[in-house]
Write a protein that binds this ligand. Sequence first.
Ligand SMILES: Nc1ncnc2c1ncn2[C@@H]1O[C@H](COP(=O)(O)OP(=O)(O)O)[C@@H](O)[C@H]1O
Ligand SMILES: [Mg+2]
Length: 639
Amino acid sequence: VTGNSALRTIRLSAGAAIVAWTVAVLLSHQLYVRDARRGVVALATTQARAAFQKDLSYRRWVTERGGVYAVVDARTPPNPYLDAPGRDLVAGGRHLTLVNPAYLTRQVLDDERRRGGPISRIASLTPKNPANAAVGWERGALAQIARGAPEVAEESGGDHPVLRYMGAIRTEERCVVCHTDARVGELRGGISVEVPMADYLVVSGAQARIAWGHLVVWALGAAGIALFALLASRRERERERAREERATLEQELAHARRLEALGRLAGGVAHDLNNLLSPILGNAALALERVRDPELQQDLEDIREAGQRARVLTQQLLAFGRKQVLCLEALEPSDAVAAIVPMIRRLVGAAVEVRPELTVGLPAIRADRAQLGAALLNLASNARDAMPAGGVLTLRTSLVELDGGRAGRLRLAAGRCVAIEVTDTGVGMDEGTRARIFEPFFTTKASGHGLGLASVHGTVRQFGGAVEVESAPGRGATFRVILPALDESPAPARTPPAVAEAPRGTETILLAEDEPAVRRYVAAVLGSLGYRVLAAGGGAEALALARAHPGEIDALVSDLQMPGMSGPELRGRLAAECPRLVTVFITGLVGDLLGRPPAPLPGALVIPKPFTPDELGVALRRALDGARAGDQPRAASRS
Ligand SMILES: Nc1ncnc2c1ncn2[C@@H]1O[C@H](COP(=O)(O)OP(=O)(O)O)[C@@H](O)[C@H]1O
Ligand SMILES: [Mg+2]
């Protein structure tokens, strides 16, 4: 909204600037044309004034001499309006007549006019000779001079525009000799001059043409304003984009934080549930072996099945809460995906075509093979649900280069990553659904748990990666697991240990577990497998037992977290006497409640709670046999 109003302001100001600029340029053009016209009028006035001054000079000369005598002929008859003694003379046999100033001036001007010279006339206010009377515009001009104007110059339009000029003639001292009724300085009339404007208008016309240069100036200015507005709005749009990006990022961060808080809660609950499930599952299994009554066996079977289901749920919650016990190793991504493809095929069924598009030669990633497989199975099962009528499920691995912006959104470090993509051609999802899919218990399915993607999210983040989702309703969905690329080369694939009947043994096992129910359960399991068990409720008690049975203990089975002394601490103390002590840790969670990934435990096997008697038996046997062969499996004890 703010961006839009800023853009509108820019557009409005640019519009106003263009209008103001146009008005200014138009005004300047008008002034220029007007001044050009005024200039030529002033020039024409100067010319007219000069002509008038000349006429005045000749007239004054004649006035000061009381007139001049001229030979009488047809053009210069005696002046009938001049009533003066000695008007007519005869000299040398020729008739002479006195020509007074007005007579002379009129004769000169009339002659000039006849020859095509300047159009000038005498215009008298009190004419003796009616030919001298002011006519038309001259009367108005003389009236203006009578009111005080020093001279009058005005343009007249029409087909032949002229400049009309009127200069004043006043009574001079010599005048009153003849004109006895006149007073010196009194306005007698004037001489009107008409200057044709044609030549001047050529000049002003040329200047008006030059004034079209204003158009160029206007266009340059307008283009400048438009360019400025364009740049300003582009800058504003960029700013707006940045603002939106920041808002989205903040929203995503807030969402991630909410998920993290949920994860802590879920992880805590799952941990406690796990502790409760261990003895339930374990004791149900033990009881099943002992009980022969089929009805009771069915009841126990029901308990075990419900426990197993609860175990799956708590495992997913632990995964979401990033509290899984992971066996992180450097994996070849395409191999890891290829290994799970047969299981995915079985899971999605025949209606869905599974298309692996795996890139060879990718850098290694750090992940837990089994948990990565579980995450991909989760994604595949969602893809199957999204394609009830069948479709295509593509599994793709590739190298991606995370730039700063994308890395920030995913909360990863920028740089080289490996992407594992699961793409389906299913129903897809809208933005509202997409925003919530990683929340635990968010589901749109009638029989969904809403834990699949939550656990995928937790697992991938525990690997140090992130999940990207692209989807639109009806357009399928792509889930992209992004994991940082490692510099080291991948570990060779391990052949999974063959799962058989729980292997038995006769060795002596030191058991340390503070939870009495779990302790009883583990002791019972180990006892039933043939082992001799020394059970302790904590670290101190375990140390005392070890001292009481020197040289007898073959392996330590200990809880990882116990009040007083932790499992690893206990192992460290025992190692002083028995450096090659085989160790199996059992744990409800690894890592602290701040969500830090579990610290590696060198040389010890870790099995997560809850575990079945078989799992415990297999793990212990593997650890013991590995230690004996001196060639132990990777995670087994090596002190
Ligand atoms: N591939 C997909 N296509 C469309 N929607 C999906 C896809 N994967 C997940 N979803 C949506 O995310 C929701 C949550 O998925 P999930 O956490 O696995 O729980 P569940 O599968 O139990 O519903 C699903 O209910 C569904 O709405
Ligand atoms: Mg699911």
